[in-house]
Design a protein around this ligand. Structure first.
Ligand SMILES: NC(=O)C1=CN([C@@H]2O[C@H](COP(=O)(O)OP(=O)(O)OC[C@H]3O[C@@H](n4cnc5c(N)ncnc54)[C@H](OP(=O)(O)O)[C@@H]3O)[C@@H](O)[C@H]2O)C=CC1
Ligand SMILES: CC(C)=CCC[C@@H](C)[C@H]1CC[C@H]2C3=C(CC[C@]12C)[C@@]1(C)CCC(=O)C[C@@H]1CC3
Length: 344
């Protein structure tokens, strides 16, 4: 039977590598590439069809960082498909990153060095801004837009007698101490990326608590450190090329340097092959690569607090109501404005 698989941020990096892997392993897959840039989406589709000429690959315009775009895309999905088997919540941004060089050299000669390379703890900050919906951009893109998409697609994800799956591309950079329940959008801090990824870990757990009974199962994965547009935004590509031999060397000490999008997509692809009942909702499934270059997936228990997770979930529902209210007021305002224009 055909399996409908929607992937956000599918036009490059880990998302595109996942699509390639899915088409290689299952001829029943019907892919939907949900992307904000349709030119890049077309190019990704063409590349996929070059190696899989008979594959079904649809395109969907979705800017996950914009509320009207998410609502419009969800409407379009509802007209196209009767159910969704897998929804990969993969699109993500890390705007204006800065590496703390002093912290890097300090960490290099500390006992924490392996953890520093695996999680970037204490190394990275970002500069965030408000988007057109009045939300913090990193929170809106990495988390809230995806949450709204899930809420809108619930009729297709919670079908009686059918199991649907959500898979979040989280990160080893997700850290509880970067997240504040008093400031869920991370308006005041300098680690919006880490905060948004920790938020996705919590949301996944909450969705399992509230939606498993309706046949919807959620999981989180970590792709490791992968060379993509996101990492080329942290340091220039020539620098990464220069230090590549060192990166291969570091691989001997940490299996989190997956480096290629193909290897980074290991856990995302592995998820596709698993029965949801066999997965631990408290585990993050890591794509790992051994020193000899073997790719594999391993679960690691996340640092989650049940009470905070529930409070966070209710705050998201509250924010969703506020955003919808704001949008309908704006629509009403523009209708009034239009009527006024028509009268004059
Ligand atoms: N690379 C790494 O080392 C790691 C990456 N990750 C996560 O992996 C995921 C994929 O990133 P990666 O492949 O590395 O990087 P890329 O930049 O290659 O991919 C990110 C994808 O997300 C899309 N995207 C960004 N913003 C939006 C938006 N508003 N609406 C729709 N799509 C959007 C991008 O589209 P566009 O082309 O339009 O920008 C692109 O397709 C992210 O969630 C990232 O946080 C996690 C851990 C490590
Ligand atoms: C010698 C060498 C490898 C230098 C690079 C130092 C840092 C720039 C990297 C060390 C750990 C990296 C890392 C990420 C970005 C680059 C580093 C900070 C991520 C934050 C990228 C996005 C993620 O989601 C997790 C990654 C963790 C590790």
């Amino acid at each position: 039977m055909e399996k409908v698989v929607v992937v956000t941020g599918a036009n490059s990096g880990i998302g595109l590598a996942l699509c390639e892997r899915l088409l290689s392993s299952d001829s029943q897959v019907r892919l939907c590439l949900a992307c904000r840039n349709m030119e890049r989406a077309e190019a990704a589709r063409a590349a996929l069809l070059t190696s899989h000429s008979s594959a079904r690959v649809d395109l969907l315009h979705l800017d996950v960082g914009s509320v009207p775009s998410v609502l419009g895309a969800a409407e379009e999905v509802k007209t196209r498909y009767s159910r969704i088997d897998f929804l990969y919540l993969n699109a993500g941004i890390m705007p204006n990153p800065t590496v703390d060089i002093r912290a890097f050299f300090k960490g290099l000669f500390s006992r924490n060095v392996i953890n520093m390379f695996a999680t970037a703890e204490g190394l990275l900050t970002q500069q965030d801004q408000l988007n057109s919906d009045g939300l913090q951009e990193v929170f809106a893109t990495n988390l809230f837009g995806h949450f709204l998409l899930i809420r809108e697609l619930e009729p297709l994800l919670c079908q009686p007698g059918h199991t649907s799956r959500l898979v979040w591309t989280s990160s080893s950079n997700a850290r509880r101490s970067a997240f504040s329940i008093e400031d869920i959008q991370h308006r005041r801090g300098k680690e919006p990326y880490s905060s948004s990824k920790y938020a996705s870990d919590m949301l996944s757990l909450a969705l399992n608590t509230h939606k498993n009974k309706q046949g919807l199962f959620s999981s989180v994965i970590c792709p490791g450190l992968v060379m993509t547009n996101l990492t080329y935004g942290i340091l220039p590509s020539f620098f990464w090329t220069l230090i590549m031999p060192i990166m291969w060397l570091i691989r001997i000490f940490t299996n989190t340097f997956t480096l290629t999008p193909y290897a980074g997509a290991e856990a995302l692809h592995w998820m596709f092959l698993q029965k949801p009942e066999s997965l631990d909702p408290r585990a993050k499934y890591h794509s790992l690569t051994s020193g000899l270059g073997t790719n594999y997936t391993e679960p690691r228990i996340m640092d989650l607090d049940d009470e905070m997770t529930e409070v966070f979930f209710s705050k998201l529902l509250e924010l969703e109501r506020a955003v919808r209210r704001n949008l309908s007021e704006k629509t009403a305002d523009s209708e009034h404005y239009q009527q006024y224009i028509n009268r004059t």
